[in-house]
Design a protein around this ligand. Sequence first.
Ligand SMILES: CC(C)(COP(=O)(O)OP(=O)(O)OC[C@H]1O[C@@H](n2cnc3c(N)ncnc32)[C@H](O)[C@@H]1OP(=O)(O)O)[C@@H](O)C(=O)NCCC(=O)NCCS
Length: 206
Amino acid sequence: MPTPLPLWRGRCLDVELRCWRLPDAVGDVERDLLSQDERERAAGFKLERRRVEYVASRAYLRRALADVLGVVPWSIPISPDDAGKPQHAGGMQFNLSHSANAVLIGWGARPLGVDLEASQRKTEHVARMRIVAEVRDAASVSAIGAFTLAEAASKAIGRGLVAVRGLRLEKVVRQGEIEFLSGTQRIRANVLAVPDSYVAAVAVLD
Ligand SMILES: CC(C)(COP(=O)(O)OP(=O)(O)OC[C@H]1O[C@@H](n2cnc3c(N)ncnc32)[C@H](O)[C@@H]1OP(=O)(O)O)[C@@H](O)C(=O)NCCC(=O)NCCS
């Protein structure tokens, strides 16, 4: 079965990007694309919506990577590293983010992170984060745009919230594109031109 048409597609910072709308339900067609570990994890979710989100997202991810690698989707060796970031055993880099009934998937040669948020998401809480306020003011982006840049950068590093706290804004390259530092690690991040109801960013380790 061919991969359904994406809601949005693009390429940024040498990362291939696709955003798909998530379905209301999933069935054997999607589950059959997953690995045994993923099927077991999906079966353990209490919330049906979380199960649909997880199964549909992994199905899109596996279809996309299978097209690039020339293999069948369920055979791709993907497992979480010690911080929970899913990794491809063959070295292909990817990341995904789901929000508001959509999933954003990116893949490329360098370690990367993506973040997708609903543009209507309330920002009072995130705007209080030091790095978000700093990026918003320096890069002339919205608070939610700044949040996606910081989240994508922390997901590229792959250490969760610990990484967000360690991020420093290095420079604004141009409107929507910035560089972070985390220790001596440089991370490039860019806002993505996804459809209006979403805000998204991609980040790559330099
Ligand atoms: C996972 C996390 C980074 C982002 O989650 P989020 O913003 O709620 O959700 P998103 O939809 O943007 O991303 C979730 C996806 O990111 C991926 N992911 C999981 N862990 C990740 C990590 N450490 N780094 C990057 N990506 C990660 C997964 O594909 C996950 O989707 P899945 O559960 O369906 O497979 C966040 O939940 C987090 O910080 N978790 C804690 C990680 C952590 O601190 N670990 C401790 C060891 S240092």
